[in-house]
Design a protein around this ligand. Sequence first.
Ligand code: MRU
Length: 349
Amino acid sequence: MFKTVEWKDGAVRLIDQTRLPKEVLYVDCRDVETVAQGIKELWVRGAPAIGITAAYGIALAAQKIKAISFDNFYQELMPSCDLLAGSRPTAVNLFWAIDRMKQTAITHRELSIPSLKQTLLREADRILSEDIAMNRAIGKFGAALILPDSGILTHCNAGALATGGYGTALGVIRSAWEENKQIRVYADETRPVLQGARLTVWELVQEKIPVTLITDSMAGFFMKQGKIQYCVVGSDRIAANGDIANKIGTYSVAILAREHRIPFYVAAPMSTIDFKMPSGEEIPIEERHASEVTHIRGKEITAPEATIANPAFDVTPASYITAIITDKGVFKPEEIKDLDPGSSDHPGK
Ligand code: MRU
């Protein structure tokens, strides 16, 4: 099994996902600038995976700091945190991981600088291993919702490549398959960057999980034919009211699912919930370079004069979501706000 992100020989090692499925190429990022470039240019992508990568990026930056007092150390670490925070705007896991690393430094301010550097690295390791454990839990909760002999449509890639391992939406699918449920996955190709065609299909064929690749515009056709019993997607940010941001095209899938009375599930770890974001309306949507739309694998497909729009994500309103599958259980979108540790309805209060 491949590792999407890992700490290896003093570097942050990533699979360059832009090369998949043609080539499995590992890149060793030896400075924080290269880590930020990797996130921006989609060598690594998927909300949990970019959070983990940023955590290692901070640990990497920390190793190089020469300061001997905590205050100077922390001050010198901040530009690296800011650089990583500026790499992509939509996935909240990125900001969640950066905040957690900053908090770890502050909590351990009494340590010697060499010990503090080690502590930051161990924290990034913990973010990675916790993510895999959360995905396993999501998988178990989600698989319980899936009946055998079903077709499951997924959009984009919310698999091992988008996380520390196992995946969120693909975690549900993997878990159902491990429980011997006969399923067939319908993978939307996911234009413009083709995460479905290039990454989701690649992951599933390796594990021999039956998968049919379809273009985004075919989803309604297969729903109408009765081939799809569930939609399961990941998320980049879940707002307190249960609205979710995910890869562009997710909203269209949700509307089609509603029309065909197909359950629409969102699978995501707690680190994807942004309790400070009241609704999906306020989630910042990344606009990516026009060339992703004007070109397919380096080939121009439109008139050079064309005006281009390229929002990378859209927001699916809570009303279209059957349930949100988290590592803490399965919740209706309107129950999400109660999971906030600060809420009076939180199960721990
Ligand atoms: O632009 P990307 O490839 O980073 O977008 C990824 C997605 O939209 C995923 O569905 C989402 O991050 C969830 S990954 C578990």
